[in-house]
Structures are given as structure tokens and as C-alpha cells.
Write a protein that binds this ligand. Structure first.
Ligand SMILES: C[S@@+](CC[C@H](N)C(=O)[O-])C[C@H]1O[C@@H](n2cnc3c(N)ncnc32)[C@H](O)[C@@H]1O
Length: 236
């Protein structure tokens, strides 16, 4: 097996050709509506099944744990772009019994799916846009943002909002589609962009989020550099 090494100039051109053009091609307002409709519809409904088949459900269970993204002691936790509630589910399992989990998504149907799945008084779900969050500064001890940022043509408005609503030294688990072959194929399916790992870290740093470490699903994923960007950050 061959590792997915960072692409050289030719590789970048090929991946660029393969990657979805929707985020760059459509005007921002039209693209946002297009993505929301996509998740409101059948593809969003199927995430409950595809997440199990692709290992995303197992990944979430592994990441949200004391040896992964540890939320012990965090009293207010944000699940940004919560989708069907996958990460909220594991946050509820691992967080302190008096912790509050706040999930948001801009797809009403994904929010409905999350509420149906979770049905837990410690979790609340509201409609909001990652680039314009309805929360006060320094509201959360921790945040999870899983596979959402690739739906922003420019990540910085979303990253600034995540940094703003986190308390100083608050922690962020960020997952995003990477500029690899599998990432480019995923971007086609979900009409999103991909990120270069180092460029994304630089963007995070410029928005007040300091990189701490990369996480991987398994040793094989780490060796082959598969599975996308999964990184932990601290609000500086
Ligand atoms: C791939 S799903 C990931 C869901 C969940 N975080 C998970 O990992 O299972 C992406 C979600 O982000 C939401 N989303 C995309 N762009 C968003 C934005 N700007 N603001 C809020 N939610 C957004 C979509 O509606 C969708 O539910």
C-alpha cells in the first residue's frame, strides 16, 4: 500500500481538476442554499447509514474519549454543524453529567434528525450559520467542528467565530476534508472544497487558534495519511 503523500505541483493540478467546483463557482448565497438543500434532502437523511459504512460513526466514538479529545471538566460544549447529532451523541456519553452540549446546523432537517436521535435534556439544537454565530464571546469550554468547514469557500469567517465563542484556552476539535485523492472524491459527493493541511493550520493560527496535535483514526490511517485532517487546537 502506498501512503497518500502531499501532492506535488502536478498532483495539485490533477486534484484541483478532480475536486468539486461548486464552492468556487457558485455565488456564496446560492452555494449556501444549495448545500442546505442537499443536507435537507436524501443525502442528509442517508448520513445515518453512510456514516456507519464509511467508519465516521466509529471515528467519532474513538475521537471523543479521554485518550482523544477529552471533554472531562468542560461544562459548555459546542457541536458546530452537528448534522444528525453524531458528535453530540458521543459528547453526551463522555462529558460530565452537568455539562451542556449545544449543537447548531443550518439545515433544519439535519437538526430534526439530531433531535430525534438524541432526545436528551442536556443537549439543545438550534439553527445557525458557522460564519455568524448567535453566541456571546467566550461562551464555550470546548467545541467540535466535524466536516463542516469545507462548506465555506473561505474558512476564516468560520474559524474566527469558533475562536470568538471559545473561552481563552478553550479547545477545538476540527475535522476537514484534505487535498488528497480520497478527499477530492469526497468533495465531489458532498459539493465541498478540500484543504491543504498546512494552509489550514496557518489560517487557524491567523484566527486565534493554536494547533496542538493531529489525531488519526488508526495507526494505518496515520501511516498512509488517510482519513482527512483531524486536529486539536487551543484558543490563544
Ligand atoms: C458532513 S456533515 C457533518 C455533520 C456532523 N458534524 C458529523 O460529523 O457527523 C456537514 C454538516 O454541516 C452543515 N453545514 C454546512 N455548512 C454550514 C454552515 N455554514 N453553518 C452551519 N452548518 C453548516 C450541513 O448542513 C451538514 O449537516
Amino acid at each position: 500500500m502506498k501512503a497518500e503523500t502531499p501532492p506535488d505541483a502536478t498532483g495539485r493540478t490533477l486534484l484541483g481538476a478532480l475536486e468539486s467546483k461548486d464552492p468556487a463557482r457558485r455565488p456564496l448565497a446560492e452555494y449556501r442554499e444549495f448545500v442546505r438543500d442537499h443536507y435537507d434532502g436524501l443525502p442528509g437523511a442517508l448520513t445515518a447509514i453512510t456514516g456507519v459504512l464509511t467508519g465516521h460513526e466509529a471515528l467519532a466514538g474513538k475521537l471523543i474519549s479521554p485518550s482523544g479529545f477529552d471533554v472531562c471538566g468542560c461544562k459548555s460544549i459546542l457541536d458546530a454543524g452537528c448534522g444528525n447529532g453524531r458528535y453530540t451523541h458521543f459528547l453526551l456519553r463522555e462529558a460530565d453529567s452537568n455539562a451542556r452540549i449545544t449543537g447548531f446546523d443550518y439545515s433544519q432537517q439535519m437538526l430534526r434528525r439530531a433531535r430525534t436521535r438524541l432526545n436528551d435534556l442536556r443537549a439543545t439544537h438550534v439553527a445557525a450559520d458557522l460564519a455568524r454565530l448567535p453566541y456571546a464571546d467566550a461562551s464555550f469550554d470546548a467545541a467540535v467542528c466535524g466536516w463542516v468547514l469545507e462548506h465555506l469557500p473561505d474558512p476564516r469567517p468560520g474559524l474566527r467565530e469558533l475562536a470568538r465563542v471559545l473561552k481563552p484556552a478553550g479547545k477545538l476539535l476540527l475535522m476537514a476534508t484534505e487535498d488528497t485523492l480520497t478527499g477530492a472524491l469526497c468533495s465531489r459527493l458532498w459539493h465541498c472544497r478540500t484543504y491543504n493541511r498546512e494552509n489550514l493550520k496557518t489560517a487557524c493560527q491567523s484566527c486565534g487558534l493554536e494547533w496542538r496535535r493531529d489525531l488519526w483514526f488508526s495507526k494505518i490511517h496515520s501511516k498512509l495519511r488517510l482519513g482527512g485532517i483531524i486536529s486539536e487546537f487551543r484558543r490563544v
